[in-house]
Write a protein that binds this ligand. Sequence first.
Ligand SMILES: [Zn+2]
Length: 226
Amino acid sequence: MGRRVEQVERRGKVLILRFDVGSLLVHLGMSGHLRLCQGAPPTEKHDHLEILFPGPWRLRLHDPRRFGGVLWTAGDPLEHPLVAGLGPEPLEDGLTGAYLFNASRGRRVAIKSFLMNGRVVAGIGNIYANEALFRARLNPLQPAGGIARKGFDRLVTGIQGVLQAALRHGGTTLRDYCDGEGRPGHFQLELNVYGRSGKPCLACGRLVRHARQGQRSTFWCAHCQP
Ligand SMILES: [Zn+2]
């Protein structure tokens, strides 16, 4: 009560609200979102947490599928087990072709699963992993350890390109994603392969394929991503 949020940051998929006495770690799970509300609009089903600020503002966590979570830590939030072992942020300097190349030597895991492992790179979800691999012309099913250095250079360009484009479009709204003011994103209109199984590849016209990889859907063009 009465504490001030001093800083807000993000590491991987975890939001960190720093107070002078500790930090709240917020994970939105599959479909949770935080919304900044003015006044006191009626609460909705699945509004699970509300933080009141001075004046009319309140921050609400809405999480219909309940995969999200909120934790408090009095210690250094970056040392918390939820984020301590994460790899480099995709849009910061630590992510390079050389880094991915070195990290993948000897690894037989498929490149897409490798990319979605937060210990390798922080916070790349399923949609953007699919799209980054399409941009890099890499088959998502191939072993990470067999990809040449040049492939990883293209992959870093693909990851950063797709994330920056998605940010410009306000994110990807397939079901219920929206931003802190309740607005949906529009990047779903720009997707090349994700969700386009059986439809023509936008680059070559051949049909986009679909497979399941570690419980997640994978989409790729076998011609463009040999
Ligand atoms: Zn194609």
